[in-house]
Ligand binder design. Structure first.
Ligand SMILES: Cc1cc2nc3c(=O)[nH]c(=O)nc-3n(C[C@H](O)[C@H](O)[C@H](O)COP(=O)(O)O)c2cc1C
Length: 213
């Protein structure tokens, strides 16, 4: 026995809440932008993922017409800082609907750190940031998918297990990322499990044994 749910019957609000409580956990892009008038802006976006590997691209979705989206359209630049556990309250506070001429860095007490390749600042308190130039703003109904090409990245050594030039990567226990769930719920990383993917040639019974000799 299943409950059937028709988007048209449920309506956009309830269906949105169903989607966001089902598609979980979602990582959080802390998106900084600068308006054409020079006002810095910072807002969390949990409709966020990797969009392309080569060239590296990431994407977030603006639901409705928000300051972040307007700034990206005006300037073609944004920065995604990674949302981590120690920054929980500040990340939430930057989701407040401040007017466009209010700088969230100043309101929330965060440090704007100059970026290397784009004008919007990074969040100094966040351990990893990706500087992006706008590739595509794809309008879909009431939302816009913003895809940015990553032109520079920075990481704090504290969250890495080694130098990325030698294969080092963010260590999950050091990075401690936050994620959004449904309702007003957020989550931290729980149990971490490891498993390797099975190549087709090693799948039991589905590949002829390699010739001997
Ligand atoms: C954790 C979190 C995740 C959010 N994710 C999104 C999102 O994916 N898309 C969106 O449009 N708004 C999202 N919001 C709401 C925006 O952050 C909020 O509307 C904010 O005021 C937008 O700021 P801006 O107008 O300065 O761009 C999220 C809020 C929080 C707290």
């Amino acid at each position: 026995m299943r409950t059937d749910l028709d988007p048209a019957e449920l309506g956009p609000g309830p269906f949105y809440r169903l989607l966001t409580a089902s598609i979980v956990p979602r990582p959080i892009a802390w998106v900084s932008t600068r308006s054409a008038a020079g006002v810095d802006n910072l807002a969390p976006h949990s409709f966020f993922t990797v969009a392309c590997v080569d060239p590296p691209m990431i994407q977030f979705t603006s639901v409705g017409k928000k300051d972040s989206l307007r700034n990206v359209r005006e300037t073609g630049e944004f920065v995604v800082s990674i949302a981590t556990e120690p920054l929980f309250e500040q990340i939430n506070a930057t989701g407040t609907d401040f007017p466009a001429d209010v700088d969230e860095f100043a309101q929330v007490g965060l440090t704007p750190e100059p970026s290397s390749r784009v004008a919007p600042p990074r969040v100094a308190e966040s351990p990893i940031a990706f500087e992006c130039t706008l590739h595509t703003a794809l309008e879909l109904g009431d939302s816009t998918v913003v895809i940015g090409r990553v032109v520079h990245a920075v990481a704090t050594p504290d969250v890495l297990d080694g130098d990325p030039h030698d294969g080092g990567l963010p260590a999950i226990g050091k990075l401690r990322p936050l994620a959004r769930l449904g309702r007003d719920e957020w989550s931290t990383i729980g149990e971490v499990r490891e498993i390797t993917r099975i190549p087709w040639r090693e799948w039991p019974g589905h590949y002829p044994a390699p010739p001997i000799g």
